[in-house]
Design a protein around this ligand. Structure first.
Ligand code: HPA
Ligand code: ZN
Length: 310
């Protein structure tokens, strides 16, 4: 097994730190609706997934050019290297950018430029997963996926994210079938706020090879048995679950129960600039709150490599 950790559940737009928001706003001549850094930081208290997504999408206004996306990814890699990450499979949300007039090629050019230099500059083997924004129109998902193919975007997989409840995986069966036909890997957010039924759909209708979050799977013993039998990885993000109120506190996080059930869980950061820390911070937080042992941390590390699209 390689050294370090495989970070498999991080949204590159969710690594956009407040300081970089101000730097990019200045560079691009964008007037921010915040007085200063403290004013912006005061808005990072969330009630649920949607209240986070509102700020997450609003802050993306500062990302305009390929250079902006490259700077965003390089800043993430620098921080991830300090967290011990040696493989980073990160999501990006093309529709979050096309919907506000930024072309897919700007996004892909910037991110792929940073990815190409990540091993040399930061010792990180990086790879991109395009993610469908599920609360946008289904035809748009097809258009954006087609554009990624036309551009020859160096993506390794297709994901599904954004507002979960009311937007079941079943809506996206066709676009994921196209992705599989292209030889791409498939992963989907399910069972974060949505019900276990969405995890079943991600597996059976989308062909998901891993499930992002999936913590609500615990409500359905038959689903747990399926996930255990097939060793389907669940990429769990503890700080995210607490900050979005899927879980009351870190001490009450079901991670240990998931391990005890035999689920292939690993720990990740989701949107580290918004949820209080990167993957190392999540592991330290869990160690303090749950008393995770060295051996349990090693299981989580090993699971991250087993789950990687390598
Ligand atoms: N859940 C769903 N969609 C997202 C998230 C998340 O935690 N972060 C960015 N997009
Ligand atoms: Zn996520």
């Amino acid at each position: 097994m390689p050294e370090g950790l495989a970070e498999l559940h991080v949204h590159i737009e969710g690594t956009l730190e407040p300081e970089l928001i101000f730097i990019l706003a200045e560079r691009n001549g964008i007037a921010l609706p915040y007085r200063d850094l403290d004013d912006l930081r005061s808005r990072y208290a969330f009630d649920d997934l949607q209240s986070f997504l509102d700020l997450y999408y609003a802050n993306m206004a500062v990302l305009r050019t390929a250079e902006d996306f490259a700077d965003l990814a390089r800043a993430y890699f620098a921080r991830a290297a300090r967290a011990g990450v040696t493989r980073a499979e990160f999501f990006f949300d093309p529709q979050a950018h096309t919907a506000r007039g930024v072309a897919v090629h700007e996004v892909v050019a910037g991110l792929s430029d940073a990815v190409a230099g990540a091993r040399r500059e930061f010792g990180i083997d990086a790879a991109m997963i395009a993610s469908i924004v599920r609360d946008r129109p289904v035809p748009e998902a097809h258009e954006v996926f087609g554009e990624l193919l036309r551009l020859g975007a160096p993506i390794i997989g297709l994901g599904l994210d954004s507002a979960e409840v009311g937007y079941p995986p079943s809506l996206f069966e066709d676009v994921f079938a196209r992705a599989r036909a292209e030889g791409l890997h498939v992963t989907a957010h399910a069972g974060e706020e949505g019900p276990p039924e969405y995890v079943w759909q991600a597996l059976d209708l989308l062909g998901a090879e891993r499930i992002d979050h999936g913590i609500r799977s615990l409500e359905d013993p038959a689903l747990v048995a399926r996930l255990v039998d097939e060793r389907i990885p669940l990429t769990v993000c503890p700080f995210s679950n607490v900050r979005l109120r899927a879980v009351d506190s870190l001490a009450e996080h079901p991670l240990r129960r998931m391990l005890a059930e035999g689920l292939a869980v690993s720990v990740h950061s989701d949107d580290p600039a918004y949820f209080g820390g990167y993957v190392d911070d999540n592991l330290v937080g869990l160690t303090d709150a749950l008393g995770l042992t060295e051996a349990e941390r090693e299981v989580l590390r090993r699971n991250s490599w087993d789950a990687a699209f390598l």
